[in-house]
Ligand binder design. Structure first.
Ligand code: ARG
Ligand code: ZN
Ligand code: CA
Length: 248
């Protein structure tokens, strides 16, 4: 805690349809959402939970590529593939995808149609370098509150899927611990029986009120507005000296 960390991002857009080839403006709207959510400057932040905190983590599109050349921080590739699944094929040029940029220097984001109703997925710290990063469907990447004409799908159209996936990338678990009243290894988040959908404010489970506003639940984008101090400590530990993501 105490200093602001800025993480350089490269966004790899892999598209078949023109809708899937989302605009630079839609991509920038997602970067803006990440910066607001991780600095708790999001307009929908409320005072429902006193442990809500500013993560002091920021994101910027990379301005220099792996070879030291100027870049927009966005790559684009046309493909005939209709859906990519969750086996990391989009991260491999040999499989028709796009190889990661040096994962010790950049947070790689692939934007492609995953299929199967999956909004996004992430790799936790400590996994294989070549597949490190986050993947989101194009219709869940960006915010309809920050522009018009974007290709986005309500109620997941406010950029919170990427906020959630970057939470995983920085070592956060789901708030329900992926089991019945499970453990997310964060002391200041209440134990949840299971995931919540929609926005059931006031829901009680495992003996306490659920924190349905947490980015690591499964509620609608418009329901979520916070990470906690305990989640901050966990994320910043992997970025600190000795942490697996310190080089970012
Ligand atoms: N299914 C995804 C995951 O577990 C993310 C869900 C994001 N939720 C949202 N409201 N945008 O990683
Ligand atoms: Zn998740
Ligand atoms: Ca907890």
């Amino acid at each position: 805690n105490g200093s602001i960390i800025t993480i350089p991002v490269v966004v790899h857009v892999i598209y078949r349809t023109s809708n899937e080839n989302i605009s630079d403006a839609q991509i920038q709207s997602q970067i803006d959402v990440l910066n607001e959510d991780f600095r708790r400057t999001n307009a929908d932040a409320d005072n429902a939970w006193s442990q809500a905190a500013d993560m002091e983590i920021q994101f910027c599109l990379a301005s220099v590529d792996e070879n030291g050349n100027a870049t927009t921080g966005i790559t684009r590739k046309s493909s005939t593939r209709t859906s990519w699944g969750t086996n990391d094929a989009m991260k491999s040029s040999a499989q028709g995808g796009v190889d990661a940029w040096d994962t010790s220097q950049y947070l790689n984001m692939w934007v492609c149609n995953i299929g199967g109703g999956i909004l996004g997925y992430a790799q936790f710290p400590g996994g294989s370098a070549s597949t490190d990063g986050v993947v989101m469907g194009p219709q869940y990447f960006g915010s309809s509150a920050k522009g018009s004409g974007f290709y986005l799908s309500s109620p997941f159209d406010l950029g919170r899927t990427t906020t959630h996936e970057v939470g995983h990338f920085l070592n956060l678990r789901h708030i329900w611990g992926d089991s019945n009243c499970g453990n997310d290894f964060v002391a200041d988040t209440p134990t949840h029986q299971t995931s919540n959908g929609g926005c059931p404010i006031g829901q009680v489970s495992c003996g306490s009120t659920d924190m349905v506003q947490n980015y690591m639940d499964y509620t609608n984008d418009s329901c979520m507005n916070l990470f906690t101090q305990g989640q901050k400590d966990r994320m910043r530990a992997v970025l600190a000296a000795g942490g697996v993501r310190r080089s970012l």
